[in-house]
Design a protein around this ligand. Structure first.
Ligand code: KG4
Ligand code: ZN
Length: 340
């Protein structure tokens, strides 16, 4: 079964054709980053306008690259939440309209289920496992029982991991989006140049939760804590020291979850899963089998949406044409996130 997946939740207009939830036949991603860069962040109105302009050529390219026509597609899947409302509506409405006019099944997909599924597009992975969902909007440690059955164990109590990278980069005028820029700068810096604080979240309620606002504030305001008299306050050192702590925060909670649940397979997803230090630090732990999506599938893409769409379709679960978009996913705060 060939599913056309459409993704427009933030600043990437993307479409892909995936066969049987595994084989990526085409994967087109039109990034709006150059348009938002001068504002050091995504401008929602600009994003929706670009999506509206690009959605048709992007979907057409995805079909052309796959050497297919719309008639060859078995179903259409589109992200319906979470994300920027105006942006979501463009891809969702486009997908629903296509499905309705072609009389094909339509499937609405939760963007975070898409990120969790991305690694499955390149690996055989058995459930259950521990998920590490780290993006610009979410930092989630979860038990994943199925492609649509995610039990949130911990989340951020303030900023998401990617958001912290972006905000630190913005403060130091390093560019947007901050994650990949800090990752690259950090390779040339000294991670031990500064000691930034780890969050001290206490209590069982916060056992797997993370926090980034303290680290962000420390990096932005307390550079005088750099202890080394030979310390050089360079962007490279700031990036390396910040990144080191940002990754340690995630891993401290993840390792706790591994110990408590006995699950030793960890699957990562989301833009921050592209981080080279996160990957190298996890690789040092041979007791954990860690699976990352290929770099191109860490950030937003249509293939992950098509992949999830296929599994709903296989179960005979489709979405009504009245399905709406939603900016948030309250079910992801804690507990089971089974519903779309
Ligand atoms: O998953 P994604 O494309 O969009 C959301 O769903 O949010 O993630 C984007 C986030 C941004 O905050 C970006 O700075 C971060 O992922 N990111 C990274 C890296 N590449 C992207 N963060 C750390 N290291 C990277 N290499
Ligand atoms: Zn995303």
């Amino acid at each position: 079964m060939k599913v056309l997946g459409i993704e427009s939740s933030c600043d990437e207009t993307a479409a892909a054709v995936v066969e049987d939830g595994r084989t990526i036949i085409s994967n087109v991603i039109a990034t709006q980053i150059p348009f938002h860069q001068i504002y050091s962040g995504v401008v929602p109105e600009l994003a929706s306008r670009k999506h509206a302009e690009w959605i048709l050529p992007v979907v057409r390219n995805a079909l052309d690259e796959a050497h297919l026509t719309l008639n060859d597609i078995d179903a259409i899947a589109a992200t319906n939440r979470p994300g920027l409302m105006g942006s979501l509506l463009v891809g969702l409405t486009f997908g629903k309209t296509l499905a309705w006019t072609l009389n094909k099944p339509f499937i609405a997909v939760n963007h975070m289920l898409g990120h969790m599924y991305a690694a499955h597009l390149a690996n055989d992975i058995e459930y259950p496992y521990l998920g590490l969902l780290v993006s610009g909007g979410h930092s989630i440690i979860c038990r994943v029982n199925d492609f649509d059955d995610i039990e949130v164990l911990g989340t951020t109590i303030d900023d998401a991991a990617g958001e912290a990278f972006d905000k630190v980069a913005k403060f130091y005028n390093l560019g947007y989006p901050g994650g990949v820029i800090i990752d690259n700068l950090a390779k040339k810096g000294n991670p031990a140049a500064a000691h930034f604080p780890m969050p001290t979240l206490k209590g069982d309620d916060h056992r797997y939760d993370v926090s980034y606002s303290g680290l962000k504030t420390a990096v932005i305001n307390q550079l005088d804590q750099f202890w080394n008299p030979d310390y050089e306050k360079t962007n490279e050192n700031i990036a390396a020291a910040f990144q080191e702590t940002a990754v340690r925060i995630l891993l401290s909670r993840l390792f706790r979850a591994v110990e408590d649940t006995g699950l030793t397979t960890v699957v990562a997803g989301g833009g921050v899963a592209a981080n080279s230090r996160l990957r190298s630090m996890l690789a040092e732990h041979s007791e954990i089998k860690c699976i990352f999506p290929p770099l191109k599938l860490c950030t937003d893409n249509g293939a992950m949406i098509a992949g999830v769409g296929y599994h709903y379709l296989k179960r005979g679960e489709t979405s009504p044409i009245t399905t709406t978009a939603s900016a948030r996913i309250p079910a992801f705060r804690r507990g089971l996130a089974r519903k779309r």
